[in-house]
Design a binder for this molecule. Structure first.
Ligand code: DP6
Length: 344
């Protein structure tokens, strides 16, 4: 018998950033993200009868075998008894596709590990499909890549234990409940300043928070921002949304610029776009703000109803240097998870 599972999961963009981890992929501070819709990874997992010729695990990206990523996924599977028992009977073949290009400021590890964890979980537990499974899938995704655990819910997801938030945990993410109408339909336009692979990996960045002179203050600040953002999403206050989101983005980069092995990922054009956003806001009083991931590309966040003005701003002020733009929007989390028993 063989099994086939398809899993399609979105990426997410953090408004309050996870930066610094300890133990087995546990976060040093709470984070909160907006789940995306169009930026997703689709994984087809085929569990095939084990034969002599077939590799125990193979990973294909867009039809091409990727042994390096396959090794990472193999280590991930082997380390979890929940998944490794699949290897007793099957060879695992993953075929995956990202809906967005690489190195564009969209976390591919978030959508990829959400989809991989969900596919493996479904293959190992075909009958389970309730809320507790969602929590467990989020936990397992976190062990592959921290930010992946937030891709199971939408439009907003929170990860990291805070006494004030019932049910919050360092182990898995939970949905942010009670979202004001102002924040139910947010847009994210990603301006590509540079699409080179990252100079410094996120893993290295997280590790540089160990012994960082500002670490304790940063973790405290992020936890505070997380609580403030939960209230903001409930009460619909755009000015508070803007100030938390932008301070978080700049704090993340300030940490990189002040770590022992300091580095800088923003570019002159990143700064120019941010300054243009400040001017736009001053001139129009419209709630457009920015965030940054661990890279130079700028995410413009805004409510759907101001899209015409924002598109005009992008055309006039931002893409003069022929940057490409990816348009996305807030979404609901897991997109599809299907199981076929006895697939050919
Ligand atoms: C800046 O989730 O990529 O995007 O757990 O090592 O896989 P690993 O790190 P990763 O880090 C994300 C860092 C960030 C902020 C965030 O998404 O919260």
């Amino acid at each position: 018998m063989s099994i086939k599972v398809t899993a399609k999961y979105p990426s997410n963009i953090a408004l309050v950033k996870y930066w610094g981890k300890y133990g087995n992929q546990l976060p040093c501070n709470a984070s909160l993200s907006m789940t995306l819709t169009h930026a997703h990874t689709e994984v087809v997992l085929e569990c095939l009868p084990r034969t002599q010729d077939e590799a125990a695990l193979s990973y294909y990206f867009d039809g091409n075998l990727n042994p390096a990523f396959g090794d990472r996924v193999m280590r991930y599977v082997k380390a979890r008894p929940e998944f490794s028992r699949l290897l007793d009977n099957f060879s695992l073949r993953f075929s995956s596709h990202n809906s967005f290009p690489h190195s564009t400021g969209i976390a591919s590890s978030a959508s990829a590990f959400a989809a991989i964890a969900a596919a493996l979980f479904k293959a190992a537990n075909p009958a389970l499909s309730d809320d507790s499974a969602l929590k467990e899938m989020s936990r397992l995704a976190r062990l592959g890549s921290g930010s992946a655990c937030r891709s199971f819910y939408g439009p907003y997801s929170q990860w990291g234990q805070l006494d004030e938030i019932a049910g919050s945990s360092n182990e898995f993410a939970i949905p942010v409940i009670e979202i004001h109408d102002n924040f139910k339909s947010m847009k994210d336009a990603i301006i590509i300043v540079e699409s080179e692979p990252k100079e410094v990996s996120s893993s290295k960045g997280h590790s540089l928070m160990e012994g960082h002179p500002y670490a304790e203050a940063r973790f405290k600040d992020a936890n505070k921002h997380c609580l403030e953002m939960v209230s903001t999403l409930r009460n619909g206050d755009f000015s508070s949304f803007i100030s938390i989101t932008e301070r978080e983005a700049l704090s993340l980069h300030a940490m990189m610029m002040t770590s022992s092995d300091y580095y800088m990922l923003i570019r002159p054009q990143t700064v120019q776009i941010i300054k243009n956003i400040f001017h736009f806001r001053k001139d129009t009083r419209l709630p457009l703000c920015f965030t940054l991931d661990a890279g130079p590309n700028v995410h413009l966040l805004y409510p759907e109803h101001i899209e015409p003005q924002v598109k005009e701003f992008i055309n006039e002020m931002v893409i003069k240097d022929s940057n490409s733009v990816i348009f996305d929007q807030s979404g609901t989390g897991g997109l599809t998870l299907n199981y076929v028993n006895g697939a050919a």
